[in-house]
Write a protein that binds this ligand. Structure first.
Ligand code: ZN
Length: 394
């Protein structure tokens, strides 16, 4: 008997999670739409939606076009009331903001450049901003905190390796959690990126496996498979930036030689361009940002280096295709700001290197977001936690 009761509770919790995810994907839909998409009985849907309405989590919107052309009452997640906090920690800065359950950043946002990279300095700073956001907005019920971090990131231990000095011996998950009364979820920025794309950018049901490739100061891939992030045994699956493309190459900060990141990151690109600038007596560029326009305008020297960079990146992408066989690869982070030239050059290179069939299997495109997908994904980490732990809404 006891076992049966427990199972029923577990099933109900799973059904709630499923409906919340569908509501988030659909924006507005009818109860009949939910029944159709979830395979659950109408009565089950009615009961759960009644609970959601009583928790002020879901609202009715009036009549919409329903199944078989019949008009039905629309329902949607309420955009006010419940919120999460998203934190994006990169190599150079961190930013903190409040998001709705639909992944929209509501105005409040703090960004700070990291000068002292010790975790004992940076993490308390992040906590301070989170506390300030909570205190400044007592009317908003904050459910959880999600943070996207550079990798390699060991998900279970909560440890970042080989990005900053002094970080590999502390669990930032424990550290961040310690000072906060809210649940904390931390993941690799590429995993957060793929989660944002598959929740708010594309329809993940249309693709077998989706890979989000973050090409920024580092390179990493987030893999979305069967409705969730594929992390592997310890959380470093997709850490393609530290897979070697040249075993005789330079030593990387991770210890390996000739890592993809050493050749194809935005830092590597900027450095190579600047080498050419110095050799020809031209002024070097301060940052990657300043190179975007020259690439778009096809400045001869800079575009040549961009093509070199895309060749290296394509070698990494071919490894990704052979490892995970994705049907969609989304390019995000700094490099994606260059625009369509990125996927165009990649497609060209892949066509030169491997059988046409390999390329045809994987669609390659740019991120769906103007904003950093890892920041939106950080919020989605927290939202998804709340969707699983629905007691937070009560
Ligand atoms: Zn490496």
């Amino acid at each position: 008997m006891k076992q049966g009761g427990k199972n029923l509770e577990a099933i109900q919790a799973m059904n709630r999670t499923l409906l919340l995810r569908l509501l988030q994907q659909n924006h507005i839909c009818s109860r009949a739409n939910l029944a159709e998409q979830s395979g659950l009985k109408q009565a089950t849907i009615t009961n759960i939606i009644n609970d959601f309405i009583s928790w002020e989590l879901v609202e009715e919107t009036g009549l919409i076009e329903g199944c078989k052309g019949r008009r039905a009452i629309g329902i949607r997640l309420k955009t006010e009331g419940f919120y999460v906090i998203g934190v994006r920690l990169s190599r150079k800065y961190f930013e903190v903001g409040i998001f709705t359950l639909m992944g929209e950043l509501v105005e409040e946002e703090y960004r700070e450049y990291i000068t002292n990279t010790k975790p004992s300095v940076v993490i308390p700073k992040i906590q301070e901003y989170i506390q300030r956001l909570i205190e400044d907005h007592p009317e908003k019920k904050i459910l959880a905190v999600g943070m996207a971090v550079p990798g390699p990131y060991y998900f279970e231990e909560g440890v970042i390796e080989a990005v900053f000095t002094d970080w590999e011996n502390v669990s930032i998950k424990r550290m961040l959690q310690d000072g906060l009364d809210l649940p904390v979820v931390i993941d690799h920025d590429a995993n957060a990126g793929v989660l944002a794309e598959c929740s708010f950018g594309i329809d993940p049901n249309l693709y077998e496996t989706v890979v989000y490739l973050a090409v920024g100061q580092g390179i990493g891939a987030g893999i979305y498979y069967e409705g969730k992030i594929f992390r592997g045994a310890t959380g470093i699956a997709g850490e393609i930036g530290h897979a070697s493309i040249n075993m005789d190459g330079p030593r990387c900060e991770c210890g390996n030689r000739g890592c993809l990141t050493c050749y194809a990151s935005t830092l590597a690109f900027t450095e190579r361009v600047n080498q050419r600038m110095r050799n020809t007596g031209r002024q070097p560029f301060k940052q990657f940002q300043d190179l975007i326009q020259p690439v778009r305008q096809k400045d001869a020297v800079i575009y040549e280096e961009f093509q070199v960079n895309m060749r290296y990146l394509s070698a990494g992408i071919i490894n990704l295709i052979y490892s995970y066989n994705p049907s969609l690869i989304i390019i995000g982070d700094e490099m994606s700001r260059v625009g369509e030239q990125v996927p165009e050059e990649i497609r060209y290179n892949i066509r030169q290197l491997v059988e046409r069939k390999v390329l045809n299997q994987a669609e390659i495109r740019l991120t769906s977001f103007e904003k950093d997908s890892a920041f939106i994904g950080a919020a989605e980490l927290a939202i998804d936690y709340a969707f699983v732990h629905t007691e937070l809404f009560r």
